[in-house]
Design a binder for this molecule. Sequence first.
Ligand SMILES: *[C@@H]1O[C@H](CO)[C@@H](O)[C@H](O)[C@H]1NC(C)=O
Ligand SMILES: *[C@@H]1O[C@H](CO)[C@@H](O)[C@H](O)[C@H]1NC(C)=O
Ligand SMILES: [Ca+2]
Ligand SMILES: [Ca+2]
Length: 141
Amino acid sequence: RLLLLPSFPPGWMRFKDKCFMFKGKKNDIKANWSYARNWCKDQGGELAVIDDQYENGNYLRDLKGPTWIGLSDLLLENQYAWSDGVSPVLYTNWNDKEPNNAGGTDEGCVSMHASRAFHGTWNDTKCDKAKPYICKISSGI
Ligand SMILES: *[C@@H]1O[C@H](CO)[C@@H](O)[C@H](O)[C@H]1NC(C)=O
Ligand SMILES: *[C@@H]1O[C@H](CO)[C@@H](O)[C@H](O)[C@H]1NC(C)=O
Ligand SMILES: [Ca+2]
Ligand SMILES: [Ca+2]
């Protein structure tokens, strides 16, 4: 009997019950947060939702600079939510003193640090900067 696994389009990588895709490596497109979100939606996905430290570590493996994830407080200041509109915030990995609205309250989109010193920690930043990003598709889609 065949075990039917959910199938994902080519180019996606599996981690547990999710598949994910990095954009923004080398000559690949980079995008501001809202463009990145729409790009992921166009693939049938969402910006990455990170539920635990293992997922955070898995995403980190391939990253270079700051990279968009799906967390923002764009809807309600200081209320961070995942952009898929349904996933609860089960885990956060803020860098020391973050989130801090360093650039003003419009600093609402979260990127993950990949540099050696800030390995995998999160930072609220202005949403309009073009950065690499991570999309995800959950199983069952
Ligand atoms: C966090 O984001 C701000 C911009 O809002 C940036 O100036 C700062 O360097 C970032 N923190 C780290 C550790 O990269
Ligand atoms: C995001 O980037 C797109 C495409 O470059 C641009 O049209 C849009 O105005 C940008 N949005 C923000 C909020 O910066
Ligand atoms: Ca904010
Ligand atoms: Ca910040």
